[in-house]
Design a binder for this molecule. Structure first.
Ligand code: URP
Ligand code: ZN
Ligand code: ZN
Length: 487
């Protein structure tokens, strides 16, 4: 008699804490049993010699998003979610980006209208807040958080997005009251602006100068300032896309002092360097993102932070702009670096490249891999234990990894809608061959097996990680924390 919809047999489950040779039984989209010799599945998958990992949670990606300068990402919610699934990711947390003057409710409604008919895996949204007026922060934001959008990103740079420190404090105060996670893009706007002006005055507009303008010190200073503001108001904060050792050390220092400060890094800071921007003609524009890829020493430092626990999450920061006039070259065939759309694609390669270069080389423990690619993002953004782990009661979001499958990464082989990949020609020495979302087989035998729009929206909880250290203002010692007294 069948009692399960699906059983994954003869494999080894790997979570952030455990590795167990056991079967996984699934019913109604949930994991309902784990154990030896399970039987009675309508369908059974033989996972002999495969590792059974939680599906990945990509907590930073830009999909069907128009940039502040009006350039549209190449991927919509169909191609983006398909590409993610082929790389072992089963949950996406892209952005619903507010342009100044827009209501948050309208922004989210617009993104929902794009995602609902197209996404093939589950998704939630972070807001991007570019307008910190009282009406937005005082009324709209709390309502959106109540509705399950329990995190948002703010920027310290980009003319059309940046908030000044005063606005950041207002936003942090709201996040603290509402227990939402603040994600921050930490680069000093004026440092970048100043260096950019000088470089352009000297006729230095090639893509490689993007990495000079976005100096490490601009990232370090902004990271220090962002953390100081968060500390002042006793508000947890996650610094996104960290690229340099100096910024990482700011995060480490905060963590060592017991602050709830988290860090995120991305594939481009492990696998690319400034040399990639220094390619012939405009080729370097394919590698322009902010912060930029840096030097070999920075790469090593970022690897260390990922391995030693300093970083909490590993996200793609997939920001796909084609190498044509719709994307990287929207400002003309040879734009100066400040006019090149910022961002690189990475949804599909995020986990395979880290697994290959981290786990397969022995550099990174496999449990740590699961932690930073799935479990921690789920915890940090209020969807754990539903997502990000393999446990009875969790959604059956699973990737079966074949450690003998070598895949050459090329733009043609990937499933996104891009015309290039910054990782062209690299080989991943392991790949997730079967990918399951809520018990539905999404990818099998290199084929997509689900319909457009079959992913569902995730209303998220307020993350435990966003709970201030001291919940009650009356408990705050004014000698150690002055600002939070005034919230
Ligand atoms: O260059 C990047 N990272 N582009 C995407 C936008 C952002 O700031 O994350
Ligand atoms: Zn950013
Ligand atoms: Zn981003």
């Amino acid at each position: 008699m069948t009692q399960y919809d699906l059983i994954i047999k003869n494999g080894t489950t790997v979570t952030a804490s455990d590795k167990v040779k056991q079967d996984v039984a699934i019913k109604d989209g949930k994991i309902v049993a784990l154990g030896k010799d399970l039987s009675g599945g309508t369908r059974e998958i033989d996972a002999t010699n495969l590792l059974i990992l939680p599906g990945g949670v990509d907590a930073h990606c830009h999909i069907e998003q128009r940039s502040s300068s009006g350039i549209m990402t190449a991927d919509d919610f169909y191609s983006g979610s398909v590409s993610a699934a082929f790389g072992g990711t089963t949950t996406l947390l892209p952005f619903a980006a507010q342009h100044r003057g827009q209501s948050l409710r309208q922004v989210v409604d617009d993104y929902m209208a794009c995602a609902v008919p197209k996404a093939v895996i589950d998704y939630g949204f972070h807001l991007i807040i570019s307008d910190a007026s009282d009406a937005i922060i005082g009324q709209e934001l709390p309502a959106m958080i109540e509705d399950g959008i329990t995190s948002f990103k703010i920027y310290m740079t980009y003319d059309d997005l940046k908030l000044d420190d005063y606005d950041i404090l207002n936003v942090l105060a709201a996040a603290r009251r509402e227990q939402a996670m603040v994600m921050i893009h930490a680069e000093n706007h004026d440092v970048i602006r100043w260096i950019t002006e000088k470089l352009l005055d000297q006729g230095k507009g090639d893509p490689k100068y993007h990495a000079i303008a976005h100096a490490k010190i601009a990232e370090k200073e902004a990271t220090h300032r962002a953390i100081s503001l968060a500390e002042l108001l006793d508000t947890p904060m996650l610094v996104v896309h960290v690229s340099s050792e100096a910024a990482l050390n700011e995060i480490r220092r905060a963590q060592a002092r017991g602050l709830k400060v988290y860090g995120e890094t991305c594939p481009q800071y492990l696998f690319l360097t400034i040399d990639d921007l220094d390619k012939d003609g405009m080729e370097g524009s394919k590698f322009c993102c902010s912060p930029p890829p840096r030097d070999k020493e920075s790469q090593d430092a970022i690897w260390s932070g990922l391995i030693d626990g300093s970083f909490t999450v590993f996200s793609s920061d997939h920001a796909p702009y084609k190498y044509d006039s719709s994307g990287k070259l929207a400002a003309g065939p040879k734009p100066t670096f400040d006019k090149i759309a910022n961002g690189v694609p990475g949804l599909e390669i995020r986990m395979p490249l880290l697994f290959s270069e981290g786990v397969m080389t022995g550099r990174m423990d496999i449990h740590r891999f699961v932690e930073v690619t799935a479990t921690n993002p789920a915890k940090t953004y209020g969807i754990h234990p539903r997502k990000g782990t393999i446990a009875v009661g969790s959604d059956a979001d699973i990737a079966l990894w074949d450690l003998t499958k070598k895949v050459e990464i090329t733009a043609d082989a990937l499933h996104d809608n891009m015309d290039y990949t910054p990782y062209e020609g690299r080989v991943a020495n392991a790949w997730p061959t079967t990918v399951i979302s809520r018990g539905r087989i999404v990818v099998e035998n290199e084929e997509l097996c689900v319909e457009r729009g079959s992913g569902i929206y995730l209303k998220r909880d307020r993350p435990e990680a966003a709970k201030p250290l001291q919940r009650l203002v009356s408990e705050i010692d004014p000698k150690t924390n002055f600002g939070a007294k005034f919230i």
